[in-house]
Design a protein around this ligand. Structure first.
Ligand code: ADP
Length: 347
């Protein structure tokens, strides 16, 4: 159906993601001072880092949660660098057996941090191996079965586990309680994003003025990764049009051509809202229903699409499902049909 993102869009999105990941690496801040915004969080982390250093201990385990692209991986690398630790980067779904996790935890390495992205996707059996490892640097191994079963304790070198998740709600309370430091990353206000864009432009050698940076910032969904991506795309348009500086006007024209509207919504966001409006009377509608109609994974909708729409006041999550707000109808310039919204379930 017309609401689904078409094949071409997907291929472009996938290619852009690969390119973005590469470019991201050059733009990644390397210290807390270079990490822009999230002031309160940074202040707290500074205190925890210097306290751990004074005591000569490893930093307590850290859980970072918040939507994708807000800087969780970046912060994990910075924390390790500030503590003088080597960091191993991995992710929850990357482990297929307990042996792989045990091998990683038992590596003989002094002073290190282990970063597990998408930690909510770690399988439960593996997760149980983490508990004693996080609490007292120990892994319990059971060899043989039944009456012959023997228990061994494997002693580990101290390490700091840094877990990241887009969904704190999916982490078991047993795992969550073992993190001494839990940090939430919020969407960035446009002022902070403008600073990030100006910094990225300087690193990439892109000419941009203040209005240009602000225009991109306002339309970056509160997300540094999106801000950097849009900066590079707008640069392409500017370059082809022969503009050497990205001004407010150049940014506006480029973003509009990219399908990024005044609020920063892109095709998939608009498809999502329009689907609820046109096919489900504005909601409430269940997430599975939306995922099937859009041909998208439910996780993508919940992790990538919905948090910003909710923050922008366009969408509400209710016990009966997703509902668009009057602001969403106005933004898409659509009219609810009589009795459409709030009439009850349309599933
Ligand atoms: P996450 O792990 O939360 O998905 P990342 O840490 O990969 O996000 O961040 C995506 C990109 O955004 C990074 O490569 C970096 O360039 C940029 N970025 C994120 N947070 C900041 C920040 N606070 N200041 C500057 N750049 C940032």
């Amino acid at each position: 159906m017309g609401d689904a993102m078409d094949h071409e869009d997907r291929l472009t999105a996938a290619a852009e993601q690969t390119e973005d990941r590469r470019a991201d690496a050059s733009l990644r801040p390397h210290s807390l001072d270079e990490f822009i915004g999230q002031e309160e969080l940074k202040e707290n982390l500074r205190v925890f880092i210097s306290a751990a250093r004074q005591r000569g201990e490893v930093l307590d385990h850290v859980l970072l949660h918040g939507p994708p692209g807000l800087g969780k991986t970046t912060l994990a690398q910075i924390l390790a660098a500030e503590m003088g630790l080597e960091i191993r980067l991995t992710s929850g779904p990357a482990f297929s057996s307990p042996a792989e996790l045990i091998a990683l935890l038992s590596e003989q390495a002094d002073r290190r941090a282990i970063f597990i992205d998408e930690i909510h996707r770690l399988n439960r059996v593996l997760e149980e191996h983490l508990y004693p490892a996080m609490e007292d640097w120990r892994i319990e191994l059971i060899i043989d079965k039944g009456p012959n079963a023997r228990h061994f304790n494997l002693q580990l070198e101290p390490f700091t586990l840094i877990g990241a998740t887009t969904r704190a709600g999916l982490i078991t309370s047993a795992l969550r309680s073992r993190f001494g430091i839990v940090c939430h990353l919020d969407f960035y206000p446009p002022g902070d994003l403008a600073v990030i864009i100006t910094r990225s432009a300087r690193i990439l050698g892109i000419g941009i003025d203040e209005q240009g940076a602000h225009e991109i910032a306002r339309r970056s969904r509160g997300t540094p990764r999106a801000a950097n991506r849009l900066l590079r795309r707008v640069r392409d348009f500017a370059q082809v049009a022969g503009d050497s500086i990205i001004t407010g006007e150049v940014a506006d024209a480029g973003l509009t051509r990219l399908g990024v509207d005044k609020l920063g919504l892109e095709n998939l966001d608009r498809h999502y809202l329009r689907l609820i409006m046109e096919h489900f009377g504005g909601g409430p509608v269940g997430i599975q229903n939306l995922a099937v109609s859009l041909g998208e994974e439910q996780d993508t909708l919940e992790d990538v699409i919905e948090p910003f729409l909710i923050q922008a006041g366009l969408l509400q999550r209710t016990p009966r499902g997703r509902e668009v707000t009057p602001a969403a109808w106005r933004h898409l310039e659509l009219e609810p049909r009589p009795g459409d919204q709030g009439r009850g379930s349309t599933q």
